[in-house]
Ligand binder design. Structure first.
Ligand SMILES: Nc1nc2c(ncn2[C@@H]2O[C@H](COP(=O)(O)OP(=O)(O)OP(=O)(O)O)[C@@H](O)[C@H]2O)c(=O)[nH]1
Ligand SMILES: [Mg+2]
Length: 218
């Protein structure tokens, strides 16, 4: 399958983000912004969610990376519509780029667009891209102090996914510390313990996503 590679376009972000949001709302499409560090498991999580959700939902993916198309090739192998966005050095995706990419996707036949943001715990949190759901991933090997060090990423999200939960026995990771700090910066927001590798915990997260997709279609 041939993969389209588009490049980042910049403009006044918040205005464009609202435009994108309205466009997607009019089509009843839920766009989900997946954020987290390099290697946290963004592509793995999207892949596992695709297998869980594809019987119920029509899914496409926008793969954000500074360079290359490795992740898009992976998604294309699943026979899911995908566009690779290369930011050419920028550490986050901007709404204008999403606006530019949307016509490349089969919008009349979609319920969900996953956007894999650039691997970074700082910048992506500051730029809305027209999404209706924000998911932050923290993986066990990254350490239990990240909520304190990078608070915005955990404050401005609809849920936190603790990925690589299968690695918990091998790391000094204090889950209670993360839960307490997350509750402080984002009271009441859900936290899901997941292994994208084994599939453990994915059902609850998939349920949360389905709930949000149904809200958009209601
Ligand atoms: N043990 C374990 N390994 C995982 C899990 N999720 C992802 N990995 C591994 O972690 C590595 C990075 O996963 P990716 O899904 O590529 O991470 P990413 O966040 O998309 O990485 P970038 O796109 O480079 O930012 C890969 O070797 C995965 O196989 C998990 O739940 N458990
Ligand atoms: Mg990736």
């Amino acid at each position: 399958m041939e993969i389209k590679v588009l490049h980042q376009v910049m403009d006044w972000n918040e205005d464009v983000s609202e435009e994108v949001k309205k466009e997607l709302a009019s089509r009843q499409i839920c766009m989900i912004n997946i954020m987290g560090s390099p290697g946290a498991g963004k592509t793995s999580l999207i892949t596992s969610l695709i297998s869980r959700l594809r019987p119920d939902l029509r899914i496409a993916v926008i793969e954000g990376d500074i360079a290359g198309q490795v992740d898009a090739e992976h998604i294309a192998g699943l026979e899911i519509p995908v566009v690779q966005l290369n930011t050419d050095g920028a550490c986050h995706i901007e709404a204008m780029s999403i606006q530019h990419i949307l016509p490349e996707l089969p919008l009349d036949d979609l319920d969900v667009i996953f956007v894999e943001n650039i691997g970074n715990l700082v910048c992506p949190a500051e730029f809305r891209i027209g999404e209706s759901l924000r998911i932050t991933i923290l993986s066990i090997p990254e350490g239990d102090d990240k909520v304190e060090k990078y608070p915005l990423m955990f404050t401005d999200t609809d849920c936190l996914v603790l990925n690589k939960y299968d690695m918990l026995p091998y790391f000094d990771f204090n889950e209670e510390r993360v839960r307490a700090n997350y509750e402080t910066v984002n009271p009441g927001a859900p936290l899901f313990c997941v292994s994208s590798r084994t599939g453990d915990g994915l059902e609850a997260l998939a349920g949360f996503i389905l709930e949000n997709v149904r809200k958009i279609k209601a």
